[in-house]
Write a new protein. Structure first.
Length: 280
């Protein structure tokens, strides 16, 4: 990873909030076993792969991760493979100030051996990649619910992308807060919401993030739906659906599998879960 300078909609929001309470719901990368809140900002890099190039890309990216560990480089990140949607890889890295972002970038650039390894990796990946694009999101605590967790335990990720209708940002935020209030009585419900600051669609794009310990958590999401319906009531639920449908232009929910060999995580993660994070 390089640091480069309708009703269907409400249903996506509905399901995304129902992950088990043991699953992490943040992108900050503290030491293994520590519960922490999401970072203030989230840097995302989306890499669209050419058909059937996942294996070769994994090998090249793994070499870069090994070089980062060997040089004890700053700036950890998580890489994940798309299970659904287009054939792509998503890299996520949290930071709490833009000064920190530049500091990590400059520190890496000042490591000659690491720079050489990154150039080699870039060359190996060039023919495998169809396109890349990056974006920066800002964490919105008011639109999130019970976000602090131990991120090192996550294995899968569910991300719902919302495109809000022009001029409806405040209305969208209001309806999400109503959802949060309704879900507050359901202990297993929690999520983190981020608003796009930079990148395509930075004026009307949000992502709702639900990391998971296993894919069985999706079954829990679906099975927990009745709790929400019962606690909310049909009249209030119908109102929430109408409000969300009026504010959301489109949405897409996708599943991702975290890739330990394409993720640069703290050493404590490897020590705590060598069977997963220690895989090469």
């Amino acid at each position: 990873m390089k640091l480069r300078p309708g009703f269907a909609a409400v249903l996506c929001l509905f399901l995304a909030t129902l992950a088990p309470s043991t699953a992490p719901t943040a992108f900050a990368q503290p030491e293994a076993g520590q519960v922490g809140g999401p970072p203030k900002y989230l840097f995302l890099i989306n890499v669209d792969l050419k058909p059937l190039q996942g294996g070769a890309f994994s090998k090249a990216e793994s070499g870069e991760v090994q070089a980062l560990h060997a040089n004890n480089a700053p700036g950890h990140y998580i890489g994940m493979w798309a299970i659904t949607g287009a054939d792509h890889v998503l890299f996520t890295s949290g930071f709490d100030s833009f000064a920190d972002l530049q500091k990590d970038h400059d520190a890496r650039a000042a490591m000659p051996k690491l720079a050489d390894a990154m150039k080699t990796g870039d060359a190996a990946e060039a023919s495998l990649v169809a396109d890349t694009h990056s974006s920066i999101y800002k964490y919105d605590e008011d639109l999130s619910l019970r976000a602090p967790v131990d991120l090192s335990k996550t294995r899968f990720m569910r991300i719902v992308l919302f495109h809000v209708r022009s001029g409806h940002d405040k209305d969208f935020e209001h309806v999400v807060k109503l959802f949060a209030k309704a879900y507050d009585s359901i202990p297993e419900a929690h999520w983190a919401m981020f608003e796009k600051m930079y990148g395509l669609g930075s004026d009307n794009t949000y992502i709702l993030v639900t990391p998971m310990a296993s894919l069985s958590d999706v079954d829990v999401m679906i099975g927990s739906g009745k709790k929400f319906s019962d606690s909310t009531g049909e009249d209030q639920l119908s109102l929430l659906r109408q409000q969300a449908d009026a504010d959301i232009e489109s949405s897409e929910a996708d599943l991702f599998a975290l890739g330990p060999n394409i993720s640069y995580v703290p050493e404590s993660w490897l020590t705590a879960s060598p069977d997963f994070w220690g895989k090469k």
